[in-house]
Ligand binder design. Structure first.
Ligand code: S3P
Length: 428
């Protein structure tokens, strides 16, 4: 059911927040836990619907999952312990679930069918079908490219694969399939994408080598269940970081955030524009960096996101576009064609909502140009069912000249069900 939220202009963003677990890492811990031997205890598991889609699929594949809230135990049964699902696997809205799980399903001695919601059913899957096909899996898709996918698993052969587009989901899919192939599977990426899979597989005992952008996994490892703690999600924190940078007088602390270097380009980019962000402590936990953040309202210069930086900031671009309009020189985004095939066409949905607020924005085929020093006018905004659009425009509304309304506010639950309560708590 569609819900709306009314957001009033804020006078400051303040307090100390602890945010839910990282979505990317939660998916990986649950999936690898299912094919590891013995129990994997996961603390601070993401509360987002996407990560619950992954748990649902794991259960449907015959793996017992105990727990609730943010603490789960996955009773893994080893590489060959999954059983044929009784019905179709439901990936919901989650591109990560369908793409990453496909790599595991390709190595099973049974067939499965995996589907998703309306938005996921429009997202391209050839990017996983092609490498898995080369490894020997047979996959059929609607119109040859869209979910549902019917995956006939079987014996896989190792491949050397160069990703045509930077995608951590596709990299993960091939590495997961590589676990089931005898010999070494190698993935080369054009630019470095998030490396949570490499770190997690190593934690579970896989043999994995990383040489710059070339990752090699040895097939048929013995994976062992682990006790793991998921850091808080930097991509969720991004909404509050930007809110604090946008609203004069803000001073915000966020504790225990995942600061993996393949994700933290966000902080470097903001600091490079003049943001006052401090990381008073940094530690390593299960191979992932984690630290507290302290953010103060800052006047920002503006900047350009392009090339490898676009891939590193891909999930944060909607909220950075909002911020761009308030900077001195504005924001230019290029090389971001991938944004058009996310949960919505995020170039279009960002530009449309900015314009509804009276903010000038130019749409480019692969990005956008948002001039700086602009004012946000109160408006009715629409998430179009996309979680990151709902949250990005709630942040924009904090700088509005009156109350704004976010339609489709429930979409935030896909990655961050606590978003609205958390926003209310830190807004003055
Ligand atoms: C993710 C990778 C990115 C990102 C998504 C999560 C992951 O997608 O946008 O939210 O967990 O691997 P792509 O792999 O399509 O770039």
């Amino acid at each position: 059911m569609q819900t709306t939220k009314r957001i009033s202009p804020a006078t400051a963003i303040s307090g100390t927040l602890s945010l839910p677990g990282d979505k990317s890492i939660s998916h990986r811990y649950a999936l690898i836990g299912a094919i590891a031997e013995g129990d994997t205890r996961i603390a601070n598991y993401s509360t987002g619907a996407d990560c619950h889609s992954t748990l649902g699929c794991v259960r449907a594949l015959g793996i017992e999952v105990e727990g609730s809230g943010t603490e789960f135990v996955i009773h893994g049964k080893g590489l060959d312990g999954l059983r044929a699902p009784a019905g179709d696997l439901d990936a919901g809205n989650s591109g990560s679930t369908i793409r990453m799980l496909s790599g595991i399903l390709a190595g099973q001695p049974f067939s499965s069918r995996i589907f998703g919601d309306e938005s996921l059913s429009r997202r391209p899957m050839q990017r996983v079908m092609k490498p898995l096909g080369q490894m020997g899996a047979r996959i059929a898709a609607r119109e040859g490219q869209f979910p549902p996918l019917r995956i006939e698993g079987g014996k896989l052969r190792p491949i050397e694969y160069t990703l045509p587009v930077p995608s951590a989901q596709v990299k993960t899919c091939v590495l997961f399939a590589g676990l089931y192939a005898e010999g070494e599977t190698t993935v080369t990426e054009p630019v470095r994408s998030r490396d949570h899979t490499e770190i997690a597989l190593r934690e579970f005992g896989a043999e994995i080598e990383v040489a710059r952008q070339k990752i090699t996994i040895s097939g048929r490892p013995r994976l062992e269940g682990r006790d793991l703690v998921v850091p808080s999600d930097l991509s969720s924190a991004a909404f509050f970081i930007v809110a604090a940078l946008l609203v004069p007088g803000s001073h915000l602390n966020i504790s225990g955030v995942g600061l993996n270097p393949t994700r933290s380009a966000l902080l470097d980019f903001l600091v490079g524009m003049g943001a006052r962000i401090r990381v008073p402590n940094l530690e390593s936990q299960n191979g992932e960096l984690i630290g507290d953040l302290e953010v103060e309202y800052s006047e920002l210069r503006g900047g350009t996101i392009d090339g490898g930086l676009t891939a590193a900031l891909i999930d944060e671009i909607p909220v950075l576009a909002v911020l761009g309009a308030a900077t001195a020189e504005g924001l230019t985004v290029r090389d971001a064609g991938e944004l058009r095939i996310k949960e919505t066409d995020r170039i279009r949905t960002v530009v449309d909502n900015l314009r509804r607020m009276g903010v000038e924005a130019e749409e480019l085929p692969d990005g956008m140009i948002i001039p700086g020093r602009q004012k946000f006018h109160a408006a009715t905004l629409d998430s179009l069912g996309d979680h990151r659009i709902a949250m990005a425009f709630a942040v924009a509304a904090l700088r509005g000249d009156g109350d704004s309304v976010i339609q489709g506010a429930e979409a935030a639950s896909v990655s961050f069900p606590e978003f609205w309560d958390t926003l209310a708590r830190c807004t003055e």
